[in-house]
Design a protein around this ligand. Structure first.
Ligand SMILES: Cc1cc2nc3c(=O)[nH]c(=O)nc-3n(C[C@H](O)[C@H](O)[C@H](O)COP(=O)(O)OP(=O)(O)OC[C@H]3O[C@@H](n4cnc5c(N)ncnc54)[C@H](O)[C@@H]3O)c2cc1C
Length: 458
């Protein structure tokens, strides 16, 4: 009988934060020192910043889905499923496996890195008719959907139907929305050449945001440069405007305009994963409130990081500042949490997380980009070189690097074939279908399940 009890470290989420944490633990801890387990619904780490390039067909979906099992050194036990609740007192995480079994996973240390979901508001019709841009399935779905609008408009004899199929609305002028609108506009602009029966002037992209500026974090000059690129391409930008209601065949803007469209892409920010609410702990705008060491106060062995946690931004030096939800922070926080867990296991003090933001890169497709690395403002080709160089070097595996580089080159030389795969046709495609937002337990259900373990049927 095995009487040795090793500390059990449970990492929830295989994103930027979770994977970096696991890899550092694997590297720095001897196999006998701790058992590391990872809960993840997917067998890959998604490189989210390149998602708009998948939607627009510049990259294949596989090229940004990084395998979790590439190397024999990867010895972590992986549970294929999603955490749907955590009982902090009992130190148990409730997991729904991909076969819909519900299992209790006890832990000594838990690292909460489930990331974020698309933030929605109480706008009539929004969750029924909008697509998000947060998962690989959504990006692939949107690509097929956009191409199918061209196919259907081409086949239609009805001018009103044609017009509505050829208008596209993206809400959210942050980097995700701006890149999405820019990349997809390039897709339709290039694709329409293959549809000689379609009038290219009917294709209209709208990018709207309630804020007065696009990507305010870039500063006035670069924000204006990005806006100029989009306007030049014919994208209609409306600032200070949001959505009043959405329906299957039209969207009403808050300024009263009614746009006939079958495509509403919603990228107006993110909120922490619903898993965080199952803890019943203090949050800051939905993100779990943690210390600079990324620990949950009052609960030994609980760490949270990335998009799902409000980690104090010590580098900013402002009272109450928290790190923005970016991959740049998430991956560094992942490594840092691993170090803090190792320090705890070795009875050493933990260190606070400090990282000065390196800036932002925004790929607008082709040779267009704006970036601000280390405060230096760039646009055009130099910005594009920095943007692609940064993402390329941040890809974790050599194979992913090779796939992405090959895709970029192939796309630059041969373009796109605009193939509509139809893999996901006629499947539910609402926000909750892609982001599983209704899969979680309430704090009471978690407690009931743990207390009545063995008896409780959920
Ligand atoms: C379109 C787009 C463009 C972006 N561009 C940039 C950029 O240029 N630069 C930048 O720094 N950041 C960018 N970001 C933001 C960046 O991707 C996120 O901040 C980063 O992914 C956060 O890392 P994370 O590990 O917290 O979450 P994620 O990387 O989202 O990982 C969370 C993981 O947890 C899994 N998960 C979710 N729920 C559960 C659960 N209940 N149980 C188990 N696992 C779960 C998910 O499947 C996912 O694998 C972009 C985001 C988007 C959407």
């Amino acid at each position: 009988m095995n009487t040795v009890t090793r500390p059990r470290i449970l990492v929830v989420g295989a994103g930027f934060a979770g994977v970096e944490c696991v890899r550092r633990l694997e590297r720095k801890l001897a196999p006998g020192e701790a058992d590391v387990t990872l809960v993840t619904p997917f067998a890959y780490q998604l490189y989210l910043p390149l998602l708009p390039q998948v939607a627009s067909g510049v990259l294949t979906p596989q090229s940004i889905a990084l395998s979790l099992r590439r190397s024999k050194k990867y010895r972590t036990r992986i549970i294929p499923g999603g955490a749907i609740g955590v009982d902090l007192k009992a130190k148990v995480c409730v997991v729904r496996t991909i076969t819909d079994q519900i299992v209790n996973e006890p832990y000594d240390y838990i690292v909460l890195a489930p990331g974020s979901i698309t933030r929605t508001f109480d706008i009539p019709g929004l969750t029924d008719h909008a697509f998000g841009m947060k998962t690989l399935a959504e990006a692939a779905y949107i690509r097929d959907h956009v191409i199918s609008q061209l196919d259907l408009a081409d086949a239609s004899q009805d001018p009103a139907e044609r017009a509505s199929r050829l208008q596209f609305v993206v809400v959210g002028g942050g980097y995700a929305g701006t890149e999405t609108a820019a990349c997809l506009q390039r897709l339709t602009h290039a694709a329409v050449k293959r549809y000689p029966r379609l009038d290219p002037s009917l294709i209209k992209w709208h990018l709207i945001d309630i804020a007065p500026k696009l990507m305010p974090e870039l500063g006035d000059k670069l924000g204006r440069a990005a806006q100029e690129v989009l306007r030049r391409r014919g994208i209609d930008i409306s600032l200070g405007v949001s959505i009043e209601k959405a329906a299957a065949e039209e969207v009403t803007f808050t300024d009263g305009r009614v746009v006939p469209t079958r495509t509403l892409i919603w990228t107006a920010g993110v909120v922490a994963s619903p898993l965080i609410a199952t803890l019943g702990a203090e949050t800051v705008k939905g993100r779990l409130a943690v210390t600079a060491e990324m620990c949950l106060p009052g609960h030994d062995g609980v760490f949270a990081l990335g998009d799902s946690a409000a980690v104090p931004d010590l580098a900013k030096g402002q009272e109450g500042a928290v790190c923005p939800p970016t991959a740049q922070h998430a991956m560094r926080q992942g490594r840092h949490v691993a170090e803090n867990i190792i320090a705890t296991l070795h009875n050493q003090p933990m260190r606070p997380y400090v990282h000065k933001d390196l800036g932002l890169v925004v790929d607008l497709g082709g040779t267009d980009a704006v970036s601000k690395p280390l405060g230096i403002e760039l646009h055009g080709l130099p910005a594009q070189a920095v943007a692609r160089g940064y993402h390329w070097s941040a890809l974790r595996t050599g194979v992913a690097k090779a796939r992405v580089m090959t895709n970029w080159m192939l796309n630059a030389i041969a373009g796109d074939d605009f193939v509509r795969t139809g893999f996901q046709a006629r499947k539910p495609a609402k926000l909750k279908d892609f982001e599983y937002t209704d899969a979680y337990l309430t704090p009471e259900q978690v407690r009931e399940r743990i207390e009545g373990s063995g008896r409780a049927q959920l």
